[in-house]
Write a protein that binds this ligand. Structure first.
Ligand SMILES: Nc1ncnc2c1ncn2[C@@H]1O[C@H](COP(=O)(O)OP(=O)(O)OP(=O)(O)O)[C@@H](O)[C@H]1O
Ligand SMILES: [Mg+2]
Length: 258
């Protein structure tokens, strides 16, 4: 017997808006992240993608709009609190501690969720949980063999994998990844895409990405932003066929590269 049940989104943004003085960087964005789905957010430089992630992760308070996490209104919650409640993120620029080992980077990320934020200097030897979480995350991100290396020794693609591992070490239910493929070669990109596909299981994933081939290869849903506004959201097939997207987004792409 089929049951008409709709799974509530893991993360739901309604009318999220962020103004910087006179500039509206994100304008009235409504978007839902579902469990087991990869939701790509695309748009040209300055479209507001990182600002949107910053609001979804609590790093920036919205100027207007609401945010719900698993049905709970979490609007205005700061990043450490949202992280403890299951929102993990990675950054557009590397955010790893290069002089530390790969495992140590992950362990600190795990601990940052367990403890109060920024108390990273507290002694944590003997904290089994964060060690176990770090090792699990490294395994899942395909970096277990590199756990003992210094982060500085990793290749670029491995550093981006480490960022995802650090995110996983915080046991997120929603993963917000800002350009995880940036600067990668074809082989590294393919590895990251495989990793993302595998992470669908148990997570709701938002990925910001400029590489359209990668986006269409991996996304279950795509949201297109232009100048802070969502102009379309749908399946890859719907987005590919959308005329407004072709005109506004692909047109701007050409301008960008002109
Ligand atoms: N802290 C800030 N203060 C003022 N303006 C900002 C701030 N952060 C972002 N902006 C502006 O908001 C707009 C959106 O920026 P954002 O970084 O979100 O774009 P993006 O889509 O991530 O771009 P990119 O693809 O280049 O990463 C830009 O015009 C940017 O200059
Ligand atoms: Mg950005």
């Amino acid at each position: 017997m089929t049951q008409m049940t709709t799974t509530p989104p893991v993360l739901q943004a309604e009318g999220l808006t962020r103004r910087f003085g006179g500039l509206t960087a994100v304008n009235d964005v409504t978007l839902a992240l579902q469990l087991h789905e990869i939701h790509a957010v695309i748009g040209t430089n300055g479209a507001g993608k990182s600002t949107l992630i910053n609001m979804l992760s609590g790093e920036l308070p919205p100027s207007a709009g609401r945010l719900h996490l698993q049905g709970q209104d979490v609007t205005g919650w700061a990043q450490p609190k949202l992280a403890r409640h299951g929102i993990g993120r990675s950054y557009q620029r590397n955010n790893i501690f290069l002089p530390l080992t790969v495992r140590e980077n992950c362990r600190l990320a795990a601990q940052s969720r367990a403890q109060r934020a920024w108390r990273l200097w507290e002694p944590a030897q003997g904290c089994r949980t964060s060690h176990a979480l770090a090792d699990e995350a490294l395994e899942r991100a395909g970096l277990a063999a590199h756990a003992g290396r210094l982060a500085s020794e990793l290749a670029h693609g491995q550093k981006r994998q480490l960022e995802v591992a650090m995110c996983l070490a915080t046991q997120p239910v929603a993963l917000l990844l800002d350009e995880p493929l940036a600067g990668m070669g074809a082989e590294e990109s393919a590895r990251m895409l495989d990793l993302l596909r595998g992470l669908r299981d148990g997570h709701a994933i938002l990925v910001v990405e400029h590489d359209m081939e990668a986006v269409f290869a991996v996304a279950d849903r795509i949201t297109v932003m232009v100048n802070g506004t969502v102009i379309a959201s749908g399946s890859p097939a719907e987005i590919r066929a959308n005329q407004e997207v072709q005109l506004a987004y692909l047109g701007e792409e050409e301008e960008t590269h002109a």
